[in-house]
Design a protein. Structure first.
Length: 159
């Protein structure tokens, strides 16, 4: 695979990570602004029809279980977690897309921390989504490592 192709895959992956970060920020803001009871009510409405069709629907039951355990404390935690997580990733994505050398090692450290936390959470929740996010983060880490070393070598050769 050529360096150009690897770079293209890296850029697309980082952009996807950035979009995910923006969704996290929006979710965090939503949790800050909307009371837990409203969120639970919306989830109840959204899952009602699906549960009538299939009372064992996995996604609908997971959402309903999530909604039933919402409280002011949990929504505050989710709001803080999503917003801080999203803002950190937005900063890192911006640095990576602008090829700022500081962003590469910082991204590796931050993503490694996210991976560790996601695996810790997985040990409690067994959420398939956490595994998907973890694999994607690891993939970006490998690409970021490669890009960082490529850029450092290129800068040394031209500078």
């Amino acid at each position: 695979m050529t360096e150009h192709r690897i770079h293209q895959i890296f850029v697309v992956s980082v952009i996807l990570k950035g979009l995910h970060a923006l969704i996290e920020c929006a979710g965090g803001i939503l949790f800050y602004l909307v009371p837990a009871s409203h969120i639970a009510h919306w989830i109840d409405i959204a899952t009602q029809e699906e549960l009538v069709e299939d009372p064992r629907d996995f996604v609908a039951n997971q959402l309903l279980g999530f909604a039933q355990h919402l409280s002011v404390d949990t929504t505050s935690f989710y709001a803080f977690y999503l917003l801080s997580h999203g803002l950190v990733k937005v900063l890192l994505v911006a640095g990576l897309l602008k090829e700022k050398l500081w962003a590469y090692p910082l991204s590796l450290v931050v993503l490694a921390c996210f991976v560790a936390y996601q695996l810790y959470r997985y040990s409690y929740t067994h959420s398939f989504g956490l595994i998907v996010l973890t694999v994607f983060d690891l993939f970006i880490m490998v690409l970021a490592w490669h890009e960082w070393h490529y850029l450092r070598t290129h800068i040394r050769q031209t500078g």
